[in-house]
Ligand binder design. Sequence first.
Ligand SMILES: Cc1cc2nc3c(=O)[nH]c(=O)nc-3n(C[C@H](O)[C@H](O)[C@H](O)COP(=O)(O)OP(=O)(O)OC[C@H]3O[C@@H](n4cnc5c(N)ncnc54)[C@H](O)[C@@H]3O)c2cc1C
Length: 288
Amino acid sequence: MIPGSFSYHRPSSVQEAVGLLAKLGDDGRALAGGHSLIPMMKLRLAEPAHLVDLAGIADLKGIRSDGNDIVIGAMTTQHDLIGSDLLGTKIPLLRETSLQIADPQVRYVGTLGGNVANGDPGNDMPAVMLCLGATYHVTGKGGERRVPAREFYQGAYFTALEAGDVLTAVRIPVPPAGHGSAYEKLKRKIGDYATAAAAVVLTMSGGKVATCSIGLTNVAETPLWAEEAAKILTGSTLDAATVKKAVAAAEAITAPASDARGPAHYRTKMAGVMLTRALARAKAKARG
Ligand SMILES: Cc1cc2nc3c(=O)[nH]c(=O)nc-3n(C[C@H](O)[C@H](O)[C@H](O)COP(=O)(O)OP(=O)(O)OC[C@H]3O[C@@H](n4cnc5c(N)ncnc54)[C@H](O)[C@@H]3O)c2cc1C
């Protein structure tokens, strides 16, 4: 339960952090809130010789509008997301999801950047970012690049980040006014990771679904974007038969592990139940 020894670095700019991480290679690791990394180090599942703490980099914090996007600095905490009036008005799904992550103590320190960069399929924000069509700003040795969240996750703890990369911000297109959204998460107890969870953002027009996007958490090695299920729902009134068809399509792309949260078949079915609930709640919130 005691981590291996490591050297601690506290850069004050992104360039300095990238330089350090590039020089340290596999021996270095970015440290954000530490609420995923430190437990892994205590279990000796991660043994970085150097930690590069991002907490001293002011540019990595904050939430701002940029045209029709909202840009959130990687070191913005889950607590900050909950308290943001801008997000509460424009993208309420982020507040709703943040409130379902762990407990207030974790949320005071855990960051959005750490949550999405970690690559743990149990993290809640990645599927929400797939659902919202977010893009990650990444700075590395070669400068800045933008990676769509839908292309970022490659396997459990395996992402598009390369050695030396710092994820600096998350850019999210604001969903249309009048959209409805919901994040439904089944967990064994308060503070637990999801047995299965579903994020939905949709718009309605004339009583029918005009647009729909769905993300699923912790039912595969990566978060899932359920594109086919959303297509089935588009143009429907969300009648029971169509929802059933869409849920079957969403369940078909899952491949959860059997673990302490239940056997694989159960977790797939729970993803379907979470999706059904999220669709109903998102519809109830949508105008049009
Ligand atoms: C008791 C407990 C319960 C929890 N429950 C949940 C839950 O229900 N749902 C959930 O989603 N999470 C949960 N978490 C995890 C929590 O949300 C973490 O804070 C979060 O996953 C990681 O964010 P962090 O800022 O702590 O990152 P860290 O732990 O510091 O980093 C995590 C990983 O991401 C890398 N990293 C971090 N920031 C960057 C960056 N900007 N650029 C490049 N790489 C970076 C680090 O090198 C590390 O590999 C829980 C944690 C605890 C301790």
